[in-house]
Design a protein around this ligand. Sequence first.
Ligand code: CAA
Length: 295
Amino acid sequence: MKNIAVIGAGAMGNGIAHAFAQAGFKVQLIDVNQTALSIAIATITKNLDRLVAKAKIAETDKTQTLDNISTFTNINEGVEYASLVVEAATENVDLKLKIFKQLDQACPEDTILATNTSSISITQIAAQTSRPERVIGMHFMNPVPVMKLVEIITGYNTSKSVVEFIINLTKKIHKTPVVVNDYPGFVANRILMPMLNEAIETLYTNVAGVQEIDTVMKLGMRHPMGPLELADFIGLDVCLSILEVMHDGFKNPKYAPNPLLVNMVRAGKYGVKTGEGFYDYSKNQKAITVAAQFS
Ligand code: CAA
């Protein structure tokens, strides 16, 4: 396997492209938006520069990694020679189903199609293709260059040989694979999202403020980020969409998104990416915004 195509040049896509390219694979990074591709290459360069500055890699490794990445705005050209495609587009069911239909037609018939979805059914995505046994979930964690886990999700029809192949490939990019079955939220988000939702409920019911909730979990549980800071980092729109998938999939009220989360997303407060969520990222100093409403 030499050529790996990555669809989507956002935060996850550029991290995934970086991980494969640094491990020596040729990566075709595809995004319909040329600006997104330019930003992705700038981000990868910045992350490589940091590694060079810390003497974790040599300057030649940086050059080689960047040389391993080529960019495309046309999906058909980018996947022409791919042995594996990792789709990391926006977390939207209709968009992913459309992309997989297109990939099935554009890719060689033995290409493995993986999705970085954080909650959408692999089995549903695979059903859009004529090769469901070659469709699998590869769920990377953010920030990809730092996080060691790849949650490997086996769809109803994913073949054992494809699972084995992806396990070995994940190890080659120095990440740790964990194989799980295809049920809403898989494992990572099935456990993480109720915790984040409960932190929002704790704020919503005025038990404590943003800073207090985050400090309890950071200092009390040794979490690197408090739950509200983490929700902002992941994106409140993404958290809402994952909770909705689990609520809909299990029909269990314990996954119902808290009304404050729903309201914040409706108000366009998505967290870091929009400059404001539970914290305000538009100023040098993070200021709590929502706390005032609940104190
Ligand atoms: N890209 C690349 N490297 C990064 C980075 C980024 N975006 N952010 C931080 N780093 C690197 C830094 O360079 C630093 O490297 P060294 O150890 O070599 O010096 C290291 O990470 C630590 O960074 P900092 O010292 O700047 O900051 P920190 O100690 O606060 O760590 C963090 C930052 C790694 C993001 C840490 O806060 C953390 O682990 N947070 C939790 C992240 C998490 O839970 N991610 C999963 C989210 S859920 C998900 O992704 C799945 C989903 O479906 C929603």
